[in-house]
Design a protein around this ligand. Structure first.
Ligand SMILES: Nc1ncnc2c1ncn2[C@@H]1O[C@H](COP(=O)(O)OP(=O)(O)OP(=O)(O)O)[C@@H](O)[C@H]1O
Length: 365
């Protein structure tokens, strides 16, 4: 069972919001659509749900065209950021709602609906809330109920749009783990939208990074974190230090930088740009090095160090405080990169990826 999206495009007036989306989601996967505001995540989710239609492209489920089907026919469960529970109904009635409005031919009997709701209340660990009204629930409890309501119809695909966006950090973290458990035990196929990196990486089997209506990269969290496929993904995932380097036979070189730890890459000789996380740069005392420690500040566990080379180049690094014990203000240091990503081209706009974004076939199961 696969949800297959191909060349999907959507324009609102002059704004091209989706520009050719290709994505396949397998049965039982938990997928995060991650990207900045306006990148098209919600639009994509609404098209999958049958709440909006694309201008071009295809959307199919198990080989059957879904664009010809209504939202109800697709049997989608949808949870929005702002809990759209019915205020005048108890939790029990909210969860039963989707079942009680099914066409007569598909609608289970009253006893069966009550049994399904009881099972869901227990499964979602909200049995104690069954007779409360939404106004008597916390935000986190409301989102659990909203998920219960979405799951009652046994959806083929569960869609969540920033489901925890309005909640505080600790509740979000708790709900995340709870959702992962629910997803695993229920065996649903789930797609959720978030702009919170940590949430996407902790929860998802695969993360889809979107930007400006295109998918920049699709992959397992660790693959994306370790190997961002485009400059956008690199910046978005915190590789904020960008340095001009020169490639020779697959190796990057730059004055004052020790780049020997970076593996060789298939990149043409010539100018390229190295993207690094501050935590992947280690300043090492070296009397010959062109850099000097210009600033040092501690955050408790970490030491933030700014190194300058006297020509205006300032590079920020972040090391565990114990690793920076030998460093002093003004000291000459070489900067050793322990990880990083290189893209051909130089300046503000390094050329686009050397890797093509991963497709489903390439992704590990
Ligand atoms: N019905 C609409 N009419 C006109 N423009 C729209 C409509 N819906 C969305 N847009 C525009 O499409 C773009 C993408 O919106 P979308 O909500 O899909 O992005 P998003 O990635 O989900 O952003 P956010 O994280 O802020 O929700 C935005 O520029 C938005 O203003």
């Amino acid at each position: 069972m696969t949800l297959a999206i191909s060349h999907l495009a959507r324009r609102f007036g002059a704004t091209q919001v989706l520009r050719g989306i290709d994505l396949q989601v397998r049965q039982g996967e938990l997928i995060a659509l991650l990207g900045p505001s306006g990148s098209g995540k919600t639009t994509l989710l609404r098209i999958i749900a049958g709440l909006d239609w694309p201008d071009a492209g295809t959307l199919s489920f198990d080989g059957a065209d879904w664009l010809g089907k209504s939202a109800a026919e697709r049997r989608i469960g949808f949870v929005f950021q702002h809990y759209a529970l019915f205020p005048h109904m108890t939790v029990r009635d909210n969860i039963a709602f989707g079942l009680s409005v099914l066409p007569r031919s598909e609608r289970p009997g009253k006893t069966q609906i009550a049994a399904t709701v009881d099972r869901l209340l227990a499964f979602l660990q909200i049995g104690g809330l069954a007779d409360r009204y939404p106004a008597e629930l916390s935000g986190g409890q409301r989102q659990r109920v909203a998920l219960g309501r979405a799951m009652a119809i046994e959806p083929r695909v569960l869609l969540l749009d920033e489901p925890f966006g309005a909640l505080d950090a600790q509740v979000r973290r708790d709900l995340r783990r709870w959702l992962r458990g629910v997803h695993d035990s229920a065996g649903t196929t789930t797609i959720f939208v978030t702009h919170d990196q940590e949430e996407a990486f902790e929860l998802a089997d695969r993360v889809v990074v979107m930007n400006g209506g295109v998918i920049e990269q699709t992959g397992q969290p660790d693959e994306i974190y370790d190997h961002p496929a485009t400059p956008f993904v690199a910046r978005f995932l915190g590789l904020t230090v960008e340095l001009p380097v020169t490639m020779r036979a697959g190796r990057a070189h730059a004055a004052g930088l020790d780049l020997a730890a970076l593996p060789r890459r298939a990149i043409p000789d010539g100018p390229a740009t190295l993207f690094l996380r501050p935590a992947d740069i280690l300043p090492v005392p070296d009397p010959q090095a062109p850099f000097r420690v210009a600033e040092m500040a501690t955050t408790g566990a970490l030491l933030r160090i700014v190194a300058e080379d006297g020509t205006g180049c300032r590079i920020e690094s972040e090391v565990p405080r114990r690793d920076g014990r030998d460093l002093r203000q003004g000291q000459p240091v070489a900067l050793r990169a322990v990880a990083g990503q290189i893209f051909p081209g130089s300046g503000q706009q390094p050329a686009q990826p050397i890797h093509t974004p991963m497709t489903l076939k390439e992704a590990r199961p």
